[in-house]
Design a protein around this ligand. Sequence first.
Ligand code: HAM
Length: 484
Amino acid sequence: MTPKKKTITKAKSSRTQKIVPKKTTKKVVKKTTAKKVVVKTESKEITASDIRVSKIKTPSLLRGMKDVLPKDQYFWKKMYHAAEDVCDAYGYGYIETPVLEDASLFIRSIGRGTDVVDKEMYVFEDKDGSKVAMRPEFTAGIARSFVGHGMTSLPQPVKVWCWGQLFRHDRPQAGRYRQFHQFGCENFGVHDPAIDAETIGVAYNFLLDLGINTNIHINSIGTLEDRQNYIVELVGYLRTKRSYLCEKCRKRISKNPLRVLDCKGESCKAVIEEAPQIIDWLSEKSKNYFVKVLEYLDEMEVPYVLKPTLVRGLDYYTETVYEIYTEESEEGAQDALGGGGRYDMLIEELGGQPTPACGFGIGLERVIMVWRKLIEEGKIEQEEVLPKIFFAQLGEQARMKTLRIIENLRQEGIIVGHNLGKTVLKVQLELADKQKCAYCLILGQKEVQDKTIIIRDMESGIQEIVDQKKLKTELDKKIKKMAV
Ligand code: HAM
């Protein structure tokens, strides 16, 4: 039996991607009363018994997916704490929405014609026949939650932050995965440039706290009306330059003309440079709003670069849009660390009361990539996180006491390294040395009986025997000395 593969095919009628189990699809020919022959496709649900399992080969990681490993915990933990700290300080509350949502949520929010919806979204039929999608981004789910939980009646603005996995079936490459993580913030209920600036500031300062200096590439795409007027002008212009555009951009002229402005192809770039700029099509109100956002950023000393062709790839944006790049990022780079903007129509679009909103999402794998590079280049330091004290045990009785003593110390706020897999003292001392511990606690048979413990200075080799009851006080003194 060959394994049953899943193929991704485009469903003609729904224009969404649909995962259809290949081998389990059978055609049923049904006669109607009008004697017309209708061909109906009936797909059988896959169950665990349909899947061939090899007992020899280790199941491999799916393409574009990545494990988060303990060796990288320094980055993940530090990012999470930095996000938590900055969000606490600015009054953002933690929110979590499900990975699976009704697929129509994303189609309505992000929009047909966008790459995320048309090409990258993981969509499939659930066991009850409903079309579900694995979230490709957070904003739509959070907006649904805002409406569903009646958050309009809470004091505004409602400020939330989120953290977790997202899924986009993109072509994998460095910094682009099919499962990736974002940290994001959303701010609902107030239409004011100060709010745009606040969210940009949170994103900027989160990265700055990690030691990453960035620039905000910023633009305004105006209100829906401003944008519609601009699109008419843009389409007119692009039609005159059609022959210079790449194949994809020719199609985009009628499908999603704003996306042409994002094309990095050489001949397209030349056309884009000469294209009408959206900023010239903004109403006076939108222009003033944008200027105020910039004034706030100046005041907050957040560096920004005006990018007249920046439009973002998701349909829900209105007015302020931005992307976050490292200072070193080259012109035209596609490796934004994050992006965001205002989306004043989305809540209404999802059936809620008209509610202005804005926010951002930062791609955490990309942050780690940049961060690692900065560490390698010696531009930022990776702090030492290993415990400075090691606990070594010798003999059965000592092993028995180890976990109790370690836990007592932990409860007193003292963390000690240990390895219960080792029994030989020399090996444990080597580990302590490798982990650059300043001290090693040694508990042997004799110490267990005397209720004492040895504290060994790893540098000088000098050992002192202390009463177990006085261990915390002795260690506190040593920790104080280490901190100086
Ligand atoms: P986005 O620009 O689609 O915006 O994604 C934000 C960031 O997520 C990107 O700048 C990038 O760092 C990261 N990212 C996107 N796709 C991938 C991928 N395939 N692999 C790795 N990282 C990726 C949004 O998602 C909006 N929801 C942001 C937002 C929030 N706007 C308003 N509120």
